[in-house]
Design a protein around this ligand. Sequence first.
Ligand SMILES: [Fe+2]
Length: 161
Amino acid sequence: MIGSTHVLASPEIAVVAIPEDERIWVPQAPDVWFRPLMLNTRQGQWCNLLRVRRAGVLSRHLHPNPVHGFVLRGKWFYREHQWVATEGSYVFEPPGEIHTLVVPEDVSEMITFFNIQGSMLYLDENNKHVGYEDVFTKIDMCRAHYESVGLGRDYVDQFVR
Ligand SMILES: [Fe+2]
């Protein structure tokens, strides 16, 4: 009998991606939030939604590993490219690319699913390294936020693998 004896290393996750409870969105910057979906400490990877409710330049960054994105609402683009990612768009960001995320003026809200391997390295306009994020900094941000809004530090554990 296939499957009768195998033990899953970690349980599955099935959640409503865009939550009703506003507290689940973790503030990242003014008018910018992320919603954790899966925080993979085994492989240094995470899946989240990014929500932005302001127009303009969001961040300039490099990721040493690949990123996959899928736009759920609104639209955005990278200053370095010709395309615009609109609702329903899939985006692949190759390892090593440096780009600058911009939300156009006519967008009141964008929400994009991102699957990020490794880390995000934030750069200034001269490509000087000014900060980073990885699955562990994401977990730390979640813990601090969920504690502050009354969900409790452990609320994030359901997304951690
Ligand atoms: Fe990127």
